[in-house]
Design a protein around this ligand. Structure first.
Ligand code: PPE
Length: 304
């Protein structure tokens, strides 16, 4: 990752090299933290952060879900995010808020540990490679299943639950693919290691419902709304592995991944083997929305 100058830690701006935590931090041992990932974009009117409020609201929901008392309000965290972009002289970048149990309790009751909040920002290019965005990526269905709602809270961004994504990603890379796609415990399609999935069949855009165990992605919601506004039919639908193989187009969405076309699943070409027209349109609309070029969606932007 790129370095940054300053990181916000509980009200203070700390130099990158000094932004440290204790090795007995509860979150380091048990994954007792929650986080967000947010992007800021260069627009003709200056730097703007995409759907910042929604991300901070989700951070609050993640905290509530895992019982972590977060003392900073959404509005406060919005201000901190603007500040962290400014003090690091970023025109665009990735913002990473993290709330975590620090020192004070080792053991499975973190209540006595201090709750700490940090917000960092740095430059982050394409998540799955420039070529991936241009030509599409190669995906494999993971041998790992997506964490289930009977064991975790899939709609929350809990740090500990990302070991599931790490296993899937490691396996995909080790076996020569760019990214993993996870089925849920019922065998239906859920999502990528860090992205939501969209499938196009006969001109209709389908995406697994939240009840399939996915993270309720903010990019997913944005792309759905943008496509609907173009008159494209978009539906949530349970999808099987077979549906993937027979899709006309497939793409991933995520803050880091933005809109990334998928050109192959399990060594099978998707559609023509090149990003299809609806995928291209989704990429275009998303890129216009985040850079302030769609006046109807200016409300999604928080200017720095
Ligand atoms: N599913 C998962 C499991 C996930 O982690 C993300 C975001 C998404 C879907 C897409 O959600 P949204 O960003 O709200 O559209 N993954 C974040 C972390 C990536 C990382 O490698 O770290 C991100 O994209 O910021």
């Amino acid at each position: 990752m790129d370095s940054a100058k300053l990181i916000w830690m509980d009200g203070e701006l700390v130099a990158f090299d000094d932004a440290k935590v204790h090795v007995l931090s509860n979150a380091l041992h048990y994954g007792t933290g929650v986080f967000e990932g947010i992007r800021a974009y260069e627009t003709p009117d200056g730097t703007a952060i995409f759907r910042l409020r929604e991300h901070m609201e989700r951070l609050h929901r993640s905290c509530r879900a895992y019982g972590i008392p977060l003392e900073h309000t959404v509005d406060e965290l919005i201000e901190v995010s603007r500040q962290i972009i400014t003090v690091n002289d970023l025109e665009s970048g990735y913002i990473r808020p993290l709330v975590y149990y620090e020192l004070g309790a080792i053991g499975l009751n973190p209540a006595a540990a201090r709750v700490r909040t940090m917000v960092a920002a740095w430059r982050w290019g394409t998540y799955l490679g420039d070529e991936g965005v241009a030509k599409g990526i190669r995906v494999r269905v993971s041998s790992w299943r997506r964490i289930h709602q009977s064991s975790f809270i899939p709609v929350a961004k809990g740090t500990g639950q990302y070991l599931n994504s790490v296993l899937a990603k490691q396996e995909a890379l080790a076996t020569g693919y760019d990214e993993a796609l996870l089925l849920n415990m019922e065998g239906n399609v859920s999502e990528g290691s860090g992205e939501n999935l969209f499938l196009i069949r006969d001109g209709v855009v389908l995406t697994p419902p939240v009840s399939s165990g996915i993270l309720d992605g903010i990019t997913r919601a944005s792309v759905m709304e943008l496509l609907v506004s173009e008159g494209v039919e978009v539906r949530e639908a349970g999808l099987t592995r077979g549906d993937l193989y027979n899709a006309d187009e497939l793409f991933f969405t995520g803050t880091a991944a933005e809109v990334t076309p998928i050109r192959e699943v399990d060594d099978r070409s998707i559609g023509s083997g090149e990003p299809g027209p609806i995928t291209r349109r989704a990429q275009e609309l998303f890129s216009q929305a985040v850079t302030g070029k769609l006046s109807e969606y200016r409300g999604w932007l928080t200017f720095v």
